[in-house]
Write a protein that binds this ligand. Sequence first.
Ligand code: SF4
Length: 233
Amino acid sequence: MIVDFAPEDVDLDRAAILRSQGIPEEAEFTENFELIYEGAIELFQKLAEPAGIIVGITISEFKEVFRGEGLNEPENPVEDIYRKSSYLALFAVTLGPVLSSKVTGLFDNGDYASGYMLDSVSSYAADKLTDLAAQHLQSELAVKEPAASSWRVLSYSPGYCGWNISGQKKLFEVLHPEEIGITLNESCLMIPVKSLSGVLIAGAGEIHEFVNSYPFCDTCRTKSCIERMRDLK
Ligand code: SF4
């Protein structure tokens, strides 16, 4: 299914956006900083064209998608989690080409402060758009299957947690995100840049819990799994 979102559907949490830049909540801000921040929010509301595509897939079909080019880490959390799922769906979301071009344009014109702020707002919004896609799937599932209202739907993406980035190729072959304007370049990066793709895994909350002691976790900068698992409680 193709899902159209509106820019105002995305809840832009100022504290979280600033935290993503390493700015503490208790920081004091200059008038100029506030102008840059407000300018970025206005540009986002004006230029973002959020959209998503979600396609259900069986566990056996996903096994092939996940195998991709055969470059995944031999042990990884996604492999363990999807096998325990109650429902799987491939997904892609995007904020559209205009917003991504604006970020590039600001940097190209030397307006680094505005470019950096809009980039931060857009990256945060793309993550939130993925959450909205997960919520959308959960609502759809709950209509058909009452038990689904207690499931947890979380996203997992190529390029993270042992799923090699080359997995984008097989994922795109099956999902066809070009229907919402997302294409893949030779380096497996998505165009527009502010897009995310992967699999939505639905099931009991416990299936998403794991010990993050895989060899590749040593070099992980975000350790984002910790917060995600904390939110399951
Ligand atoms: S520590 Fe990083 S790489 Fe390891 S599972 Fe968590 S998010 Fe993934």
